[in-house]
Design a protein around this ligand. Structure first.
Ligand SMILES: [Zn+2]
Length: 122
């Protein structure tokens, strides 16, 4: 399952963030998924419930936000939001456009919780 591997690498990143911040637990993870990333949100959610087991994010919730699909036109110099089946400039209709966003999968936000009593002993 493609999504499971994605979740595992996301969780590695989350664990790095948690370690850097001395967190005892991860509460919430926010990701941004573009329509061209090849990731299905429901599958990602299901994979996450498997992948989080035994990690610092074992009780974390996953929030998936869909990124807009935007292209940039070389001749107009404008960026337009487009549909997945029509990667064309919104102004002149050319197909000679650069994909600006829509194929990404980004870790947007990690909400951490810190065990306040843990630091008191040292
Ligand atoms: Zn154009």
């Amino acid at each position: 399952m493609h999504e499971l591997a994605i979740c595992q690498s996301l969780l590695r990143e989350v664990q790095r963030v948690a370690a850097r911040n001395d967190a005892s637990e991860v509460v919430r993870i926010g990701v941004v998924v573009g329509p061209l990333s090849g990731v299905e949100a429901p599958l990602l959610e299901r994979a996450f419930t498997l992948a989080r087991c035994g990690t610092i994010a074992a009780n974390a919730t996953l929030e998936i936000e869909e990124a807009p699909l935007t292209v940039w036109c070389e001749s107009c110099g404008v960026e337009s939001q487009v549909a997945m089946n029509a990667l064309l400039c919104g102004r002149c209709g050319t197909w000679k456009v650069d994909l600006r966003s829509g194929n990404e999968l980004l870790l947007k936000q990690v909400e951490l919780s810190r065990d306040e009593t843990a630091g008191a002993t040292g």
